[in-house]
Design a binder for this molecule. Structure first.
Ligand code: FDA
Length: 397
């Protein structure tokens, strides 16, 4: 039986990073993954350019049943730390939007960087390698794997979330946690497009492909979430950054509110246009919204688009502005794990040590990355959590 100081299960973002740091600290590390190709989610992330972090990261950018849990790890391994590593490896990058950093060429550069860090730590890699059995034993753990039995002082579970099963996602980490009596916060698809009842959506389905900046909100009072981002109409519902962000907060049965002109007082603009413009209403509205969307709304509210502005009724203009500034919608679901970028929920952090991600139930067993109930916003936050939780774990060994 082979002996290791550390076995990391899952060679994605968090597992690769953790294994490299632990190896460089002198530990004998084995990194195993059941998939033939490692780090597939890094590969496809950010449209192939990996939005590897965000310049501005704080606990407020994350969802968790225990919101303070991520604070310590994020403070001890910041986005600046990861940027410095990326620069050390000569990877060039650019900022796209709201602090989001992307590789200039390809996400493959981040994978190569993580593999190089593992090499420097003399990390042994096995893939595809399936862990059939993991049990506690004197001085640590015994594992039965498809490449033979192993013994290790510590085990790190870095098997990620449930989204995109066809590229290696599994519930192995969640099942293992349950077996050791860990509570699981219900896993749900997050950063995912929302869908609507086919009949309700029929008038909007033909807008598929149309995109515009909006404000979207859900919830009330302290639980209210609001994002100013782009919205994308699809055949089945709504997508784009605005919808992905709000989907992480949305629960079945909750209405969303959309402001289709968040930067303007539409009622005042239409009122002023009535005095000063000779355009037809449809043309005037198309000055303020994409024209196809303007036409759809006029038809929906049964307001004639071909009436000259001076002849429009105040009541109609008010109704229009009201609907466009506060469109209330009830999604009937999400596009599910197939399209979700991440999993919300996971191993309950109240039973993990926030300093080193170690289980409070099973000494020597750690959980890092997306398998843990810490879910970031869209924009590089999920990778930053993978790096920060991995660093907290590996540096404490
Ligand atoms: P990750 O999923 O990276 O790795 C888990 C690993 O465990 C995989 O290699 C898997 O094969 C392995 N595994 C699973 N079950 C196993 C088992 N039973 N035995 C052994 N191995 C097992 N985030 C971000 O910050 N910026 C971005 O640009 C994007 N873009 C993006 C696009 C798309 C399409 C998706 C689906 C996701 C993103 N994300 C993202 C999210 C980001 O990819 C994700 O949060 C991190 O990869 C999570 O890192 P982990 O290491 O926890 O899991």
């Amino acid at each position: 039986m082979q002996d290791f100081d550390l076995v990391v299960v899952g060679a994605g973002a968090a597992g690769l990073f953790c294994a490299g740091i632990a190896g460089q600290r002198g530990l004998r590390v084995l990194l195993s993954d059941h998939a033939p190709r490692l780090a597939e989610k890094i590969r496809i992330s950010g449209g192939g350019r990996c939005n590897f972090t965000n310049r501005d990261v704080g606990p407020a950018n994350f969802l968790s049943e225990n919101p303070a849990f991520c604070r310590s790890a994020l403070a001890r391994y910041s986005s600046q730390d990861f940027i410095a590593l990326v620069q050390k490896h000569g990877i060039t990058f650019h900022e796209k939007h709201k602090g989001q950093l992307f590789c200039d060429d390809s996400s493959e550069r981040i994978i190569q960087m993580l593999l190089r860090e593992c090499e420097l730590g003399q990390v042994e890699r096995r893939q595809p390698c399936t862990v059939h059995e993991l049990r506690t034993a004197a001085g640590g753990f015994e594992l039965e794997t498809s490449s033979g039995p192993l013994r290790s002082r510590r085990v790190v579970v870095a098997t990620g979330g449930l989204s995109i099963p066809k590229i290696g996602a599994s519930d192995w980490g969640l099942r293992l946690a349950k077996r050791f009596d860990h509570a699981i916060v219900e896993p749900r698809p997050a950063l995912v497009p929302l869908t609507f009842d086919t009949q309700v959506w029929a008038p909007f389905a033909e807008l598929s492909g149309l995109s515009l900046p909006v404000a979207v909100s859900v919830g009330q009072g302290k639980t209210r979430a609001r994002f100013l981002e782009d919205l994308l109409f699809t055949h089945r519902g709504l997508s784009g950054p605005a919808m992905l962000q709000i989907s992480s907060y949305w629960r079945e049965g909750q209405e969303l509110e959309l402001d289709l002109r968040p930067d303007a007082d539409l009622a005042a603009l239409l009122k002023a246009a009535k005095q000063s413009s000779k355009r037809l209403l449809g043309n005037e509205l198309a000055e303020h919204l994409p024209s196809r969307l303007a036409q759809t709304w006029l038809a929906r509210l049964a307001i004639a688009p071909n009436r000259p502005m001076p002849e429009c009724k105040d009541k109609d203009l008010q109704t229009l502005a009201q609907h466009l500034k506060a469109w209330r919608l009830l999604p009937d679901g999400t596009e599910g794990w197939r399209k979700a970028e991440v999993m919300r929920g996971g191993v309950d952090t109240r039973e993990l040590n926030s300093q080193n991600m170690e289980s409070k139930r099973v000494p020597g067993l750690h959980f890092i990355g997306e398998v843990v109930d810490v879910t970031g916003w869209l924009g590089g936050y999920n990778f930053q959590w993978a790096w920060a939780s991995a660093a907290a774990c590996a540096r404490a060994m």
